[in-house]
Write a protein that binds this ligand. Structure first.
Ligand code: ATP
Ligand code: ZN
Length: 293
């Protein structure tokens, strides 16, 4: 019995590069080459199983892998399509964001979900679509297609489609317009309800705390500024998502202090302008590479 943690990752495609990048940011040292099915992590007891994304939920549910990185859309589809699948989302990862949308001819008769009654809808996500139709009391037929769903209305296979959209350019190129979002998706770390042995659990806990650090440090910034002591309260209120800042006296000044804080939300130009208006000077915003609590 091996005590190496096994994680399923998409081999090639829209999830793959960002999944590899996130694992590398967690300090995992591995290389993905050629046709290999397995990438061995050199500096931790972890193996990456490189597969098609659609297989990932099943591999995790069956125990072939301990965890997987997959789009929430694929996770939801597998859970809804086979109800007894024992998998759960462990973390939302914040990359590969897209929406599962209903769309139809931009100038046609279908402009809202209610217009779908009595129509045919092409999709690769019959589980998610049927659940949506049922929840909303819409009676429509679902036509399952593995790909090229956006072509279905043009070749009269369906009246509308339910497909993934990120920028909307593919839909537009096919004369289609989205009119409703049925699922917001991002990459997720999934696991099963099975208990891990103590060794694997320890490896996973270590990895998960690094993943949490990567997620948090992505939008986090370190802010440094100088300000009159009297303005510190006002300035602290403007700092986005920060706990108590560090206040340091400045040499040679009774009045001025240095304020330093970790901001866990995005820092916009507007924030800097507000800080300046509140009396802050010499404002620096620095990226944070790693975080651990
Ligand atoms: P595979 O060969 O692994 O089966 P695939 O063709 O099914 O790959 P990709 O197109 O690589 O899948 O997409 C993988 C995942 O990336 C999607 O399931 C979705 O979660 C996410 N994604 C992000 N943006 C988009 C987009 N614009 N279109 C499709 N998927 C997207
Ligand atoms: Zn796929």
């Amino acid at each position: 019995m091996t005590d190496r943690l096994r994680i399923a990752v998409q081999k090639k495609g829209r999830l793959a590069d960002e999944s590899f990048a996130m694992l590398k940011k967690c300090g995992l040292n591995f290389s993905v080459r050629g046709d290999g099915l397995l990438a061995r992590v050199k500096n931790m007891p972890i193996d990456l199983l490189l597969v098609r994304d659609d297989d990932i939920p099943n591999f995790v549910a069956s125990g072939a892998c301990d965890f997987g990185l997959v789009g929430e859309n694929v996770f939801a589809e597998e859970v809804l399509a086979s109800e007894d699948m024992d998998i759960e989302i462990v973390r939302r990862l914040g990359f590969s964001r897209c929406r599962l949308c209903l769309a139809a001819d931009a100038d046609g008769p279908i402009q809202s979900p209610q217009d779908l009654n009595g129509t045919k809808i092409a999709t690769s996500y019959p589980g998610v679509l049927n659940a949506y139709l049922k929840d909303n009391g819409i009676k429509a037929a679902c036509v399952e297609m593995k790909g090229a769903v956006e072509l279905a209305p043009r070749i009269d296979i369906a009246d509308a489609i339910c497909d993934l959209v990120s920028s909307g350019a593919t839909l537009e190129a096919n004369g289609l317009a989205p009119f409703a979002t049925i699922l917001e998706s991002e990459a997720v770390l999934i696991g099963s309800g099975r208990k891990l042995g103590p060794n694997k659990q320890a490896i996973f806990d270590r990895l998960l705390s690094r993943i949490d650090g990567v997620i948090r440090s992505k939008d986090s910034k370190y802010i440094m500024l100088n300000a009159p002591r009297s303005q510190v309260d006002a300035i602290t209120k403007i700092l986005p998502g920060s706990d108590a800042p560090t206040i340091i006296p400045l040499a040679g000044s009774d009045d001025l202090v240095a304020v330093q804080a970790v901001c866990t939300e995005n820092v916009f130009w507007q924030t800097l302008e507000d800080l300046k208006a509140a009396g802050a000077r010499a404002i620096l915003v620095l990226p944070i590479e790693k975080m651990m609590n």
